[in-house]
Design a protein around this ligand. Structure first.
Ligand code: ZN
Ligand code: ZN
Length: 152
């Protein structure tokens, strides 16, 4: 299993077509090369990339996720038009989180709204500029340079 990079996370509102193209280009693959690696017909892949296919069967999903080296959950989310639900699930408690460490999985659960330890509302974006969090291994917002923790 490859490690997850921020660029693999679907952007909010990103379509399946845009997501597949973006991941394919990040790997430096041509459409033909990706179709071959995922064992799907190049015309089927063409349809996906032109936005003419929105529903993928299980087999296509799993081979495409392997070939693109992205989690199948990400692909499923973009096919359902729920890419935005993945990004904001990166949350932390501004009181309890230790900057630079992985957030507790209980915070990042999509259903969590408040910290299970202290009850503070969880934060899913930079407190200074509002840019959504992309990685909590950063101590500072890459957008505005403010520390995530303590920025109000
Ligand atoms: Zn807390
Ligand atoms: Zn910021």
């Amino acid at each position: 299993m490859s490690t997850i990079n921020a660029h693999q996370l679907p952007k909010a509102q990103e379509s399946l077509a845009d997501y597949v193209i973006r991941q394919r280009e990040a790997l430096g693959l041509s459409r033909l090369a990706l179709a071959a690696q995922a064992s799907i017909h190049k015309q089927s892949l063409g349809k996906i990339e032109r936005g003419q296919t929105q529903t993928l069967n299980r087999r296509t999903l799993s081979s495409l996720s392997l070939a693109l080296q992205v989690p199948i959950d990400y692909l499923e989310a973009v096919t359902r038009g729920q890419a935005g639900t993945l990004g904001p699930s990166l949350k932390f408690c501004p009181q309890c989180w230790q900057a630079g460490t992985a957030p507790d999985p209980i915070w990042t659960d999509a259903r969590s709204q408040y910290c299970f330890i202290c009850g503070t509302g969880l934060q899913d974006s930079c407190g200074a500029c509002g840019e959504p969090l992309h990685s909590l291994t950063f101590r500072f917002c890459p957008h505005c340079g403010q520390p995530y923790k303590g920025a109000k």
